[in-house]
Design a protein around this ligand. Sequence first.
Ligand SMILES: C[S@@+](CC[C@H](N)C(=O)[O-])C[C@H]1O[C@@H](n2cnc3c(N)ncnc32)[C@H](O)[C@@H]1O
Length: 204
Amino acid sequence: MDANILAVLEEYHALIREEQNKPRETPPGGRDGGQDRRMRAVGPQTGRLLNIIARSLDAPNILELGTSFGYSGIWLAEAARATGGRLITMELHGYKSAHAQEMAAKAGLADHIDFKVGDAVQMISELSVGLDLVLVDLWKDLYVPCLEAFYPKLNPGAIIIADNMIRPGNEDVQAYGRAIRAKAGITSILLPVGSGLEISRFEP
Ligand SMILES: C[S@@+](CC[C@H](N)C(=O)[O-])C[C@H]1O[C@@H](n2cnc3c(N)ncnc32)[C@H](O)[C@@H]1O
């Protein structure tokens, strides 16, 4: 990994450590009020795993649901560049996507990413490319609606990774686990990496 990317990842890691040590306060207007600064990033272990998986694919079309401030996108875009693939990343809030775009430019990865701002469920339905890797990491009540939207667009051999899957008592992530395992052609496993990853493979 080149020095510009490592420096950008280190910048994020410092912020992630800071965030972990802060009390979780609701920002004015709530999480969607336009003042939410929490990154809620996947963290370095999941980031590394995302990069390893994405790098094992051949020129993948990667879809990230939940750009936030851009951390996981750096790991995915590095793999996209290394393999001749591309990252499409979707975020509801323009101010978060703008920060992610600045960091991607700093890392030298901006040319390998399409940043999309708006509601992911709607934007997925407008995608015209087949998908080889999907990271599901937005608000949890959208995991199942997003699955329904991207499932018809998966290429054979596609990998789907959902974060935050080890949340005891959270009905939204449990519903996602059941829904993806019920889809035709899916093999799936829950791994205790980071906040819990459901990793699924599609083979029609
Ligand atoms: C857990 S954070 C993503 C963290 C990011 N993947 C990372 O590791 O750096 C979830 C993000 O999903 C975004 N989000 C929520 N609802 C959305 C929607 N309908 N469409 C797109 N993004 C959405 C939130 O604004 C938030 O930034």
